[in-house]
Design a protein. Structure first.
Length: 224
Protein backbone atom coordinates (compact mmCIF):
# COMPACT_ATOMS: atom_id res chain seq x y z
CA UNK A 1 0.00 0.00 0.00
CA UNK A 2 1.07 3.61 -0.56
CA UNK A 3 2.22 5.94 2.15
CA UNK A 4 5.33 4.18 3.41
CA UNK A 5 3.35 1.30 4.93
CA UNK A 6 1.19 3.72 6.93
CA UNK A 7 -1.61 1.16 7.15
CA UNK A 8 -2.01 -2.55 7.74
CA UNK A 9 -0.51 -2.07 11.22
CA UNK A 10 -3.06 -4.25 13.00
CA UNK A 11 -1.03 -4.68 16.21
CA UNK A 12 -1.22 -0.87 16.61
CA UNK A 13 -4.98 -1.02 16.07
CA UNK A 14 -5.31 -3.55 18.89
CA UNK A 15 -2.83 -1.87 21.27
CA UNK A 16 -4.22 1.67 20.87
CA UNK A 17 -7.83 0.49 21.11
CA UNK A 18 -7.07 -1.48 24.28
CA UNK A 19 -5.26 1.45 25.89
CA UNK A 20 -8.19 3.84 25.39
CA UNK A 21 -10.84 1.27 26.32
CA UNK A 22 -8.96 0.15 29.46
CA UNK A 23 -8.55 3.80 30.48
CA UNK A 24 -12.28 4.37 30.02
CA UNK A 25 -13.07 1.16 31.92
CA UNK A 26 -10.82 2.11 34.83
CA UNK A 27 -12.56 5.48 35.14
CA UNK A 28 -16.14 4.20 34.86
CA UNK A 29 -16.07 0.76 36.51
CA UNK A 30 -19.33 -0.36 34.82
CA UNK A 31 -21.75 -2.30 37.00
CA UNK A 32 -25.19 -2.13 35.44
CA UNK A 33 -26.29 -3.10 31.93
CA UNK A 34 -26.64 0.61 31.23
CA UNK A 35 -23.01 1.21 32.24
CA UNK A 36 -21.79 -1.61 30.01
CA UNK A 37 -23.91 -0.33 27.11
CA UNK A 38 -22.39 3.12 27.49
CA UNK A 39 -18.83 1.78 27.58
CA UNK A 40 -19.54 -0.69 24.77
CA UNK A 41 -20.77 2.04 22.43
CA UNK A 42 -17.71 4.16 23.18
CA UNK A 43 -15.46 1.13 22.61
CA UNK A 44 -17.05 0.49 19.20
CA UNK A 45 -16.31 4.11 18.24
CA UNK A 46 -12.67 3.75 19.35
CA UNK A 47 -12.15 0.47 17.48
CA UNK A 48 -13.68 1.93 14.29
CA UNK A 49 -11.39 4.94 14.62
CA UNK A 50 -8.12 3.06 15.10
CA UNK A 51 -9.04 0.51 12.44
CA UNK A 52 -8.96 3.34 9.91
CA UNK A 53 -6.06 5.16 11.52
CA UNK A 54 -3.67 2.20 11.38
CA UNK A 55 -5.48 -0.72 9.73
CA UNK A 56 -7.41 -0.02 6.53
CA UNK A 57 -8.25 3.57 5.46
CA UNK A 58 -11.85 2.92 4.40
CA UNK A 59 -12.80 6.59 4.28
CA UNK A 60 -9.79 7.51 2.11
CA UNK A 61 -10.57 4.56 -0.16
CA UNK A 62 -14.23 5.51 -0.60
CA UNK A 63 -13.43 9.18 -1.17
CA UNK A 64 -10.28 8.59 -3.23
CA UNK A 65 -11.86 9.68 -6.55
CA UNK A 66 -13.14 12.97 -5.15
CA UNK A 67 -9.99 13.61 -3.12
CA UNK A 68 -7.72 12.92 -6.12
CA UNK A 69 -9.63 15.51 -8.13
CA UNK A 70 -9.65 18.07 -5.33
CA UNK A 71 -6.07 17.45 -4.20
CA UNK A 72 -4.03 16.32 -7.22
CA UNK A 73 -0.51 15.14 -6.54
CA UNK A 74 -1.08 14.25 -2.88
CA UNK A 75 -0.35 10.74 -1.65
CA UNK A 76 -3.76 10.01 -0.19
CA UNK A 77 -2.58 6.89 1.57
CA UNK A 78 0.15 8.54 3.61
CA UNK A 79 -0.53 8.82 7.33
CA UNK A 80 -0.26 12.61 7.03
CA UNK A 81 -3.14 12.71 4.53
CA UNK A 82 -5.26 10.59 6.87
CA UNK A 83 -5.64 13.72 9.02
CA UNK A 84 -8.46 14.78 6.70
CA UNK A 85 -9.18 18.20 8.22
CA UNK A 86 -5.49 19.08 7.86
CA UNK A 87 -5.49 17.81 4.27
CA UNK A 88 -8.77 19.38 3.16
CA UNK A 89 -7.97 22.75 4.71
CA UNK A 90 -4.60 22.81 2.98
CA UNK A 91 -2.68 23.26 6.22
CA UNK A 92 1.10 23.03 5.99
CA UNK A 93 3.65 21.21 8.12
CA UNK A 94 3.23 18.19 10.36
CA UNK A 95 -0.44 17.49 11.01
CA UNK A 96 0.37 16.51 14.60
CA UNK A 97 1.21 20.14 15.39
CA UNK A 98 -1.60 21.98 13.65
CA UNK A 99 -4.26 23.82 15.71
CA UNK A 100 -6.89 21.13 15.14
CA UNK A 101 -4.64 18.37 16.42
CA UNK A 102 -3.70 20.44 19.47
CA UNK A 103 -7.38 21.13 20.14
CA UNK A 104 -8.03 17.40 19.71
CA UNK A 105 -5.47 16.56 22.38
CA UNK A 106 -7.04 19.12 24.74
CA UNK A 107 -10.50 17.62 24.23
CA UNK A 108 -9.31 14.04 24.71
CA UNK A 109 -7.24 14.81 27.80
CA UNK A 110 -9.96 17.02 29.28
CA UNK A 111 -12.56 14.33 28.64
CA UNK A 112 -10.57 11.72 30.53
CA UNK A 113 -9.94 14.15 33.40
CA UNK A 114 -13.70 14.82 33.61
CA UNK A 115 -14.42 11.08 33.45
CA UNK A 116 -11.99 10.33 36.28
CA UNK A 117 -13.15 13.16 38.55
CA UNK A 118 -16.82 12.29 37.99
CA UNK A 119 -16.19 8.64 38.83
CA UNK A 120 -14.56 9.50 42.17
CA UNK A 121 -17.57 11.57 43.24
CA UNK A 122 -20.09 9.03 41.98
CA UNK A 123 -18.32 6.11 43.65
CA UNK A 124 -18.22 7.92 46.99
CA UNK A 125 -21.93 8.77 46.71
CA UNK A 126 -22.86 5.19 45.86
CA UNK A 127 -20.96 3.90 48.88
CA UNK A 128 -23.01 6.19 51.12
CA UNK A 129 -26.25 5.62 49.29
CA UNK A 130 -26.47 9.34 48.60
CA UNK A 131 -26.74 11.60 45.59
CA UNK A 132 -23.71 12.80 43.62
CA UNK A 133 -23.96 16.60 43.71
CA UNK A 134 -20.38 17.85 44.17
CA UNK A 135 -17.32 18.06 41.94
CA UNK A 136 -18.38 17.90 38.27
CA UNK A 137 -21.92 17.05 39.44
CA UNK A 138 -22.19 20.56 40.87
CA UNK A 139 -22.13 21.90 37.30
CA UNK A 140 -23.88 19.22 35.20
CA UNK A 141 -25.99 16.19 36.01
CA UNK A 142 -24.30 13.78 33.58
CA UNK A 143 -20.55 14.48 33.50
CA UNK A 144 -19.61 10.92 32.56
CA UNK A 145 -21.74 10.94 29.41
CA UNK A 146 -20.45 14.42 28.59
CA UNK A 147 -16.89 13.13 29.02
CA UNK A 148 -17.44 10.36 26.47
CA UNK A 149 -18.89 12.89 24.01
CA UNK A 150 -15.99 15.32 24.53
CA UNK A 151 -13.43 12.55 23.94
CA UNK A 152 -15.20 11.51 20.73
CA UNK A 153 -15.23 15.13 19.52
CA UNK A 154 -11.50 15.23 20.18
CA UNK A 155 -10.91 12.13 18.06
CA UNK A 156 -13.10 13.52 15.24
CA UNK A 157 -11.01 16.71 15.19
CA UNK A 158 -7.90 14.59 14.85
CA UNK A 159 -8.96 11.81 12.48
CA UNK A 160 -12.49 12.03 11.02
CA UNK A 161 -13.81 8.92 9.25
CA UNK A 162 -17.14 8.14 7.63
CA UNK A 163 -18.02 5.37 10.13
CA UNK A 164 -17.23 7.49 13.19
CA UNK A 165 -19.02 10.53 11.74
CA UNK A 166 -22.10 8.35 11.32
CA UNK A 167 -21.68 6.76 14.75
CA UNK A 168 -21.17 10.02 16.63
CA UNK A 169 -24.72 11.49 16.46
CA UNK A 170 -26.18 8.04 17.10
CA UNK A 171 -24.05 7.66 20.23
CA UNK A 172 -24.94 11.16 21.43
CA UNK A 173 -28.64 10.34 21.14
CA UNK A 174 -28.04 7.02 22.90
CA UNK A 175 -26.26 8.76 25.80
CA UNK A 176 -29.07 11.30 26.12
CA UNK A 177 -31.65 8.51 26.26
CA UNK A 178 -29.59 6.58 28.82
CA UNK A 179 -29.29 9.74 30.89
CA UNK A 180 -33.04 10.31 30.79
CA UNK A 181 -33.71 6.74 31.89
CA UNK A 182 -31.14 7.10 34.66
CA UNK A 183 -32.81 10.32 35.83
CA UNK A 184 -36.20 8.63 36.09
CA UNK A 185 -34.72 5.86 38.23
CA UNK A 186 -32.83 8.23 40.54
CA UNK A 187 -35.83 10.56 40.81
CA UNK A 188 -37.96 7.60 41.94
CA UNK A 189 -35.35 6.62 44.54
CA UNK A 190 -34.30 10.08 45.82
CA UNK A 191 -37.57 12.00 45.43
CA UNK A 192 -37.47 15.68 46.36
CA UNK A 193 -33.73 15.61 47.03
CA UNK A 194 -33.06 14.78 43.39
CA UNK A 195 -35.76 17.13 42.09
CA UNK A 196 -34.27 20.10 43.96
CA UNK A 197 -30.73 19.38 42.69
CA UNK A 198 -31.91 18.73 39.12
CA UNK A 199 -33.83 22.01 39.08
CA UNK A 200 -30.59 23.89 39.81
CA UNK A 201 -28.16 21.83 37.71
CA UNK A 202 -28.14 21.63 33.88
CA UNK A 203 -28.11 18.19 32.30
CA UNK A 204 -25.23 18.36 29.81
CA UNK A 205 -24.09 21.95 29.20
CA UNK A 206 -22.90 23.94 32.23
CA UNK A 207 -23.98 27.52 32.74
CA UNK A 208 -21.26 29.99 31.83
CA UNK A 209 -21.13 31.45 35.34
CA UNK A 210 -20.66 27.96 36.81
CA UNK A 211 -17.52 27.33 34.76
CA UNK A 212 -15.61 29.84 36.88
CA UNK A 213 -17.11 28.81 40.18
CA UNK A 214 -15.06 26.46 42.29
CA UNK A 215 -17.22 23.42 43.05
CA UNK A 216 -17.62 22.28 46.65
CA UNK A 217 -15.42 19.24 47.44
CA UNK A 218 -17.04 15.90 48.17
CA UNK A 219 -17.00 15.59 51.94
CA UNK A 220 -17.42 12.32 53.82
CA UNK A 221 -20.45 13.51 55.72
CA UNK A 222 -22.62 15.03 53.01
CA UNK A 223 -24.19 14.06 49.76
CA UNK A 224 -21.69 13.66 46.97
Amino acid sequence: MHGNNAYGLWPLVIINSLIIIVFAFSFTRPRSKRDWRSLGAFSAFVIALFTEMYGFPLTIYLLSGWLSTKLPGIDLYSHQSGHLWHTLLGLKGDAHFDPLHIASSVFIFGGFVLLASAWRVLFAAQKRGGLATTGPYARIRHPQYVAFIVIMVGFLLQWPTLPTLVMFPILVVMYVLLARREEREVRAAQGETYAAWAAMTPGFVPRLRDLFKRPAPAGPGGAA
